[in-house]
Write a protein that binds this ligand. Structure first.
Ligand SMILES: *Cc1c(COP(=O)(O)O)cnc(C)c1O
Length: 535
């Protein structure tokens, strides 16, 4: 392809992408292909000779599109959103054009410097404490990673090395210090609440440290509380273990719980500033975007005591995947844990500490120019435009909650609308019946294809999650979902009643009493269940 062919093909692709966006609401949300659908559609080997680009482009519609699940569809209320926007899409085109590995400043000074500036803008917009700004008193700052999981693993490395250095600081350099460091390493424990995302456990697994779960309860909305944390710390200490790291969450994945940050700071205060200080990370991967709203800003106040914070603008802030923003209160901890300087990476700027080399703030060496799309999004929408987008998602979820509450005969709100997420269960006589009905309705709705929802199970209770953060969702889709929920539930309950009434055939199947109609929907549900749960 030469530059003129590129002009033509790329312009055509933009038109096709625009058509795709316009048509997305009329497509079934979740791809309904069977596993292995693609191989028979493609040749067994890569082509030896170049193919015309028009043929390749045509296969995107005919072969790839059927295997796409449409995350920007207004029927997509599963997981958390993965948002896109036209300004971000254009910025990604430029990022691709400047295509480079950007591991240090001289690789493209704009890539580094724009990242520092936009992350300072963003930290201010979220009202993060000033310790997280690049010019702050603790020499902190922000960096863009690909995912929250990567952010959590990276800060856990910094936390580990900080902890080991502090706990062995009293020993002179030498064999004894080395031995003590390795002994302590085998005793390290990373902590997260039962509501923390699985990425914290995975990071502990990767680093080869223990992981302990702090329990949460329904009474406190599944949010981590200070006393429960203090209790866990005491238990670990009694076993001679070394808790060094905690993930707290602003907006847990299953129910959007917000941990009690002030209580957590109090529970950890006796260790703060000592060699046993616990690194506290705030994982706000999804709900961090809601800190753009004035009413949520007080949540960040206790974070001045904490060590790091991450959120994914690619989830709810109209910035295309991937973009996970991470801030630390002290960049020295990241750099001393991750910096390696072989001779081929040395240059006059980096050696003089004149510049930031973001390769020392992350695990990979190379890095994408991700700040470009963040900058373009912040400018194209303005903070007011982004606030309006977040507020819309929040309002839609609240309106769904209001509708559901008007039918207490059918539904119970399990966790109320918070940050555009609610969880709901069906009404029923006992816990077992409620679980069974809720799961059956969930699978029916996903099998029907108009909406895509996910579910969660907490303390044995099955609940349907509805997240209304996707930008294309409008009030009409909320009304339609409500109608689908009502119709499905009435049908389920009706089917149970007719199965139980004398004179009709009733059958028991997988512990579910169902007539023919309900059985059919349960069978299709088997297909839907591979769509998975929230995490
Ligand atoms: C989505 C989510 C994650 C995982 O995000 P990735 O960027 O996919 O790694 C972690 N924590 C929370 C709270 C999340 O909502």
């Amino acid at each position: 392809m030469d530059v003129n062919e590129f002009r033509q093909a790329a312009k055509q692709a933009v038109d096709q992408i625009a058509d795709y966006h316009e048509s997305v609401s009329s497509r079934p949300v979740v791809s309904n292909v069977q596993p292995g659908y693609l191989r028979p559609l493609l040749p067994a080997e890569a082509p030896l000779d170049p193919e015309p680009f028009a043929d390749i482009a045509a296969d995107i519609e005919s072969k790839i599109m059927p295997g796409i699940t449409h995350w920007s569809s207004p029927g997509f209320m599963a997981f958390f959103p993965c948002s896109s926007s036209y300004p971000a899409a254009i910025a990604e085109m430029w990022s691709n054009a400047f295509n480079g590995a950007h591991f240090n400043w001289i690789c493209s000074p704009a890539a580094t410097e724009l990242e520092t500036v936009t992350l300072d803008w963003l930290a201010q917009a979220l009202a993060l404490p000033s310790c997280f700004l690049s010019g702050g008193e603790t020499h902190g700052g922000g960096v863009i990673h690909g995912s929250a999981s990567e952010a959590i693993l990276t800060v856990m490395v910094a936390a580990r090395d900080k902890y080991l250095a502090a706990r062995t600081a009293h020993l002179p350099d030498g064999e004894e210090k080395e031995e003590e460091t390795w002994r302590l390493r085998s005793r390290l424990v990373a902590l997260g609440s039962a509501g923390a995302h699985s990425s914290t456990k995975k990071a502990a697994q990767v680093l080869g440290v223990r992981f302990a779960t702090v329990p949460v309860d329904e009474e406190h909305g599944f949010a981590l509380q200070g006393p429960a944390l203090a209790h866990s710390l005491d238990e670990l200490a009694a076993k001679g273990l070394e808790p060094f790291y905690l993930t707290t969450t602003l907006g847990t994945t299953d129910v959007c719980a917000v941990d009690d940050f002030a209580g957590i700071a109090t529970a950890l205060a006796p260790r703060a500033g000592t060699a046993a200080e616990v690194w506290v990370h705030v994982d706000a991967a999804y709900a961090g975007s809601a800190l753009l709203l004035e009413e949520n800003k007080p949540l960040t106040q206790p974070m001045a005591e904490f060590h790091s914070f991450n959120f994914n603008p690619h989830k709810w802030m109209l910035t295309t995947f991937d973009c996970s923003a991470v801030w630390v209160r002290s960049r020295a901890h990241l750099i001393s844990a991750l910096s390696i300087k072989p001779p081929y990476l040395r240059n006059q700027f980096s050696d003089g500490d004149l510049v930031t080399d973001y390769r020392d703030w992350q695990i990979p060496l190379g890095r994408r120019f991700r700040s470009l799309k963040l900058w373009v999004v912040l400018r194209s929408y303005g903070l007011r435009g982004l606030q309006a987008h977040i507020r819309k998602g929040v309002g839609l979820c609240e309106s769904l909650e209001t509708k559901l509450r008007q039918r207490p005969d059918l539904f119970t709100i399990y966790t109320p609308a918070r940050f555009a997420l609610l969880t709901v269960r069906l009404a029923g006589d006992d816990a077992e019946q409620v679980n069974r009905r809720t799961e059956a309705l969930y699978e029916q709705i996903n099998a029907a294809g108009q909406f895509y929802l996910t579910s969660t199970v907490i303390n044995g209770k099955f609940a349907i999650r509805v997240c209304t953060g996707v930008a294309t969702v409008q009030q009409e889709h909320i009304q339609k979902l409500f109608e689908v929920l009502v119709e499905g539930t009435e049908k389920l309950i009706g089917a149970e009643r007719s199965a139980q009434s004398p004179g009709k055939d009733s059958m028991k199947m997988n512990g579910v009493k169902a007539n023919g109609e309900a059985r059919d929907s349960l069978e299709t549900a088997g297909k839907a269940s591979r769509n998975g749960v929230a995490r």
